[in-house]
Design a protein around this ligand. Sequence first.
Ligand code: UD1
Length: 422
Amino acid sequence: MCGGPRLTGEVAVEGAKNSALKLMAASLMIPGSTRLTNVPQISDVDVMAEVLVRLGARVVRSDHELHIDASTLTSHEAPYELVAKMRASTAVLGPLLARLGVARVALPGGCNIGSRKIDMHIHGLETLGVEMELEHGYIAARVPESGLTGAHVTLDFPSVGATENLLMAAVLARGTTVIENAAREPEIGDLAHFLVAAGARVDGIGTSVVTVEGVERLEPVEHRVIGDRIEAGTFLVAGALTGGPVTVTGFGSSHLDIVLRKLADMGCDLEVGEDRVTVRRDGPLRAVDIQTLPYPGFPTDMQAQFMALLAIADGGAIITENVFENRFMFAGELARMGADIRIEGHHALVKGVKALSGAPVRSTDLRGGAALVLAGLVAQGETVVGDIEHIDRGYERFVEKLSSLGASVSRRANVSDFDGIC
Ligand code: UD1
């Protein structure tokens, strides 16, 4: 990949990864055929499809559509080999308990952006009556004879995954469940709307207090996955880095509110429509501080891309990562490209430099990998990004989309690298 030209043009984002994965898990609760559209073609979706198939569901895929027939489930186990590949596989815990009354799900263990515990999932489900045991690296969970019972749960932290697992279990529980301090990410709203369309009764969608009245069963539905705000934000950063104008379409611009505000503060001109945003920059980038927080705060999934922007901004900035421990792994790789970054605990002090220089670097995780590709767009000379299987987890046709905007980027055949020829 070679740094240089301004990217210009229009690019459409796919359906949201973090929504599609949970909608797939939720379809296990429906004894019939669910049709999901706008499903991204990314490797995380492949893994979740494999999880569903192992549980006995039939999954048929055509283009961006998934038909999931969960009329009969034949297993209640999400095996370690799949959970280790993708932590979001733990999203089947709530649905399996609601549908079958029993689940055996591998503990995810550590991952490259921190230990990512699931204690809040466990505690919340226990409050609904689930009996849990940890054995041989697995959570063995069982619903008592009396079934799942609605209850009041206050989360210690608005965890996305815990909110979703509880929401899904509560939908088929007896009585009322109230989830306080619930996470409010738009993808949780998408999941809740899907469940409501299938017959669930959910109030407070998009707020931090979600109330669920349990129902007997859910009915098959068709649902379109919302647009991926993080993919959108990534392409907007590509426009901001190179100057643009770049127009990104296919997502709710209100879901990126704070990201757009930060881009404006950094000196970008933005044209904002309901489902599209155009970014353009003619002057220098100005440094601004960033701290990640649960939605509607600044998304941790945009932190790495903004570090790439701040690396060439005028002045110094502090990035504070409040959601995940250890999410600055890629910063060392960015420093290999000439960025001036000092990490102190969960703070990164980024001093803008005049220019980055192309280098061989390695993706450490999904968003970190994408950020290195973005940095390569403006680095002098060639950048080769390795371990791009991380990027394939969450970005569909990333190289093709960047190329369509004029980037000099290519994918090495049969090698997990992005590179380019100057
Ligand atoms: C989801 C998203 C991820 C995003 C994150 C935060 C998916 C597939 N992934 O991840 O892209 O970056 O939300 O917006 O949707 N925690 C605990 N105990 C728990 C649960 C979480 O301590 O039981 C901690 C985690 O270790 C982490 C923080 O809470 O430090 C946030 O985690 P959570 O909101 O649950 O994120 P995920 O659902 O894993």
